[in-house]
Write a protein of this length. Sequence first.
Length: 393
Amino acid sequence: MTTDAPLPPSLVAANLRRLAKERLYMGSPPTDLAPLSSEEVLHLMHELQVKQIELEIQNEELQTSQAKERAAALRYAELYDLAPVGYVTLNRTGAISQSNLAGARVLGCDRTRLAGKRFSGFVIEADQPVFGDFLQHVFDGQDQPSCEVRLRSAGAPCSVHIHGMRSEDGQECRIVVTDITLLRQSQVQLQELNDHLEERVAQRTLELEQSVERLKQSYSALAKSEAKATLSTMIASVFHELRTPVSIGKMAVSTLSDQATETGHRVTTGQLKRQELLHFIGQVNEGAELIRRNLERTAQMLDDFGHMAVDQASAQRRPFDLAVVVEEVLHSLRPSLKRKPQRIVVDVAPGIAMDSQPGPLGQIIINLVNNAYLHAFDGKPDGVLTISARSDG
C-alpha cells in the first residue's frame, strides 16, 4: 500500500501562485515563475492565513451590521404601517406611490390598489382646488404647507388635515393625513350649543318667573284666609329657600356663558385643541346638570307649596294619600325649621287613602308643629315631634 508523499514547499508555493494568477487574470495562462524559498513560502502562507482571519472577522461584522439594519428596517416598517395617522407618498402629478395602513383606511381603499391612483380623486369636487393649491405649494418648496379637505366615503364625507413636505430630490411629496371628522362634528355641536344656550336660559328663566308669579298669586289668595299669619311666615321661608337654587342656577348660567364665549373665540382663531374641547363639553354637561338639579329642587318646593296653598285656600273635598299630604306640608315648613335642633319624625304608613279635605288637615299639622316649637320645645336643646298614622281596616 502506498501513500502520496507531501508536496515540497516549493511546489505548494508555486501552486498557490498559479491559482492566484488564474483568479487574478480570470483564467489567463500562467507564466513561468522562479521557485520560492521555504522561508518565502512560509511567509506567504502566514500572510494568507492572516488575510483569511481578517476576512472572516470582516464577514462576521458585515453579517452583524446587516442583521441590525434588517431589525431597524423592520421597526421602521412597523412604525410606518401601524402609525395612527396616514402617511402617503405622491409624485409630482399627485399620483400615490406608497401609503401606510392608516392612509389606506382613511381613503377607504385597499393599500395594494392605491399605487398609481391620483390622491385628488379621493377628494370631493368642491375641495379639489384647495388640494391642488396645497400640492403646488409643497413642490414650490414652501415651509410646512397644510390644508383641510373632505374625502369621499361610503357615508358622509370625512374631514382630514393634510401636512406636506417635499423630498430632497423634489420629485416626491410626503404627506401626513389626519382624520379630524370627530373634531369638526364636535365643533359644530359646540356652535349649536352656543347658539341655543341663551335661548334655553331665557326659556328656563321665563318658566321660573311664571312659577314665582303663581306662588305670589297663591300667597295673595292665602293671605285672605284665617291662617294668614302662619302662611305668611311660611311663604317668606319658601322665598328665602328659593334664593339658593336660583342663585346657583344663575351663577352656573353666567359661568357657562363666559366659557362659551371664550371657547367660541378659540374656535374662530383655530386655537382650540381636542383636549380643551372635551374639557369644555364636560364643563357644559356639569353646568347643565347643576342647573337641572336646582330647577328640579325649585319646582319640587313650588309644587309642594302650591298643592298645600290650593288646599288651604279652597278647602275642597277630594281623595288623597295621607302620607303624601303630610310630607307636602312638612316640606313647606322645613325652611323655617332647619336651623332648630329639634326633629320631626313621620311614621305614617304609605297607601292610606282618604276622601276628605286636605286643606284643614294641613292647617292642623301646621298648628301642631308651631305649637310644639313655641311651647313644648321652648328653651330645650333637643326634642322629637312624632306624627304617626295607621289604617285600622
